[in-house]
Ligand binder design. Structure first.
Ligand SMILES: [Zn+2]
Length: 313
């Protein structure tokens, strides 16, 4: 796959200290902050893990250096044969449609797009990596062929107003402070920059200790209050939600995740029920929600959040 992933070499001038946002100085085996009064103004402050600079402020992060260097990207579903994989994890057509809208709305000859949590290519967002117009920057808490550096989304090591779009798919449930991460996304976006987010609503805990939050449609809208809405809705509706629930009931009764996944593969057709649910009911019972928006300065007053509700109640 031809990838418009920007070379780390070209990005180096762009990277900043995750704590104070001063420029970085290159060292033989990593980077350090150039600000004399910063705690990271010391040799070896930001080491390399393989070829990935680790631009993490470990004192202020749940990211752990050992995990950065030992964890691989890619879940269990990626190791299954393709037909089975499609049953367990079908293609995300909602994301594909929305990413197409996002790419079409991006101006200029070489827009820069940041993928937050991009260690694996997210379901349905492959077009991002196929658009030759784009300069793609990716980071995650582990290195991967799809990222140029390791970082914590709470402290993005990029200067303000430097990217035209941000994609953040199935990430915000895994951060301790989602409003803080969205503020960082807002900060690194240029004026009128675009964001595409997908976040779970009714899903069981995944990724164990690193799963913290769920959002309703109204909560998700409020989270992106400093963005104008271009689109929002359910990524997957009540059928998908039911399928996941059955899987997890089976897991808990049999104490076996494999049994749960087996039942999920057998009952894959429950997903088709999503298509029968009207958008208002789907929103109240979604497995996950999306938000496509354009950066703006003003926030969203509380009464506007209340008026926003478009569910079936
Ligand atoms: Zn610094």
């Amino acid at each position: 796959m031809a990838m418009p992933l920007a070379a780390l070499h070209d990005l180096r001038r762009l990277l900043v200290c995750p704590r104070c946002r001063a420029e970085l100085a290159m060292e033989p085996d990593g980077f350090r902050c150039t600000a004399a009064d910063c705690a990271h103004h010391r040799d070896g402050a930001f080491p390399l893990a393989g070829r990935w600079p680790v631009l993490v402020d470990f004192e202020r992060s749940v990211v752990n250096l050992d995990a950065v260097t030992t964890q691989g990207a890619g879940g269990r579903a990626e190791r299954l044969p393709a037909p089975l994989r499609r049953l367990v994890k079908p293609p995300n057509r909602v994301a594909a449609r929305n990413v197409e809208l996002l790419l079409r709305a991006l101006p200029g000859p070489a827009p820069r797009l940041l993928v937050v949590g991009g260690a694996t290519v997210g379901n349905g967002i492959g077009a991002v990596y196929r658009d030759p117009r784009l300069e793609v920057i990716g980071f995650d808490i582990v290195g991967s062929p799809f990222t140029q550096f390791v970082a914590d989304a709470h402290q993005i090591p990029l200067p303000s107003a430097c990217v035209d779009a941000v994609v953040v798919q199935a990430v915000l449930e895994h951060v301790l402070d989602p409003p803080g991460v969205v503020a960082e996304i807002h900060r690194v976006l240029r004026q009128d920059g675009l964001v595409y987010a997908e976040t779970p609503f009714l899903q069981q805990v995944h990724a164990g200790a690193h799963d913290f939050t769920r959002y309703t449609a109204s909560g998700h809208r409020h989270l992106f209050g400093r963005f104008e809405e271009l689109g929002a809705g359910a990524v997957a509706g009540p059928g998908t939600q039911l399928l996941w629930s059955v899987d997890h009931v089976v897991r808990s009764l049999t104490r076996s995740p494999t049994a749960g996944r087996g039942v999920r593969a057998l009952l894959f057709w429950l997903r088709a029920l999503d298509r029968l649910a009207p958008p208002d009911f789907a929103q109240d019972d979604a497995s996950a929600l999306y938000f496509l928006g354009r950066r703006r300065e003003r926030g969203m007053p509380p009464e506007e959040v209340i008026r926003y509700y478009r569910g079936a109640q």
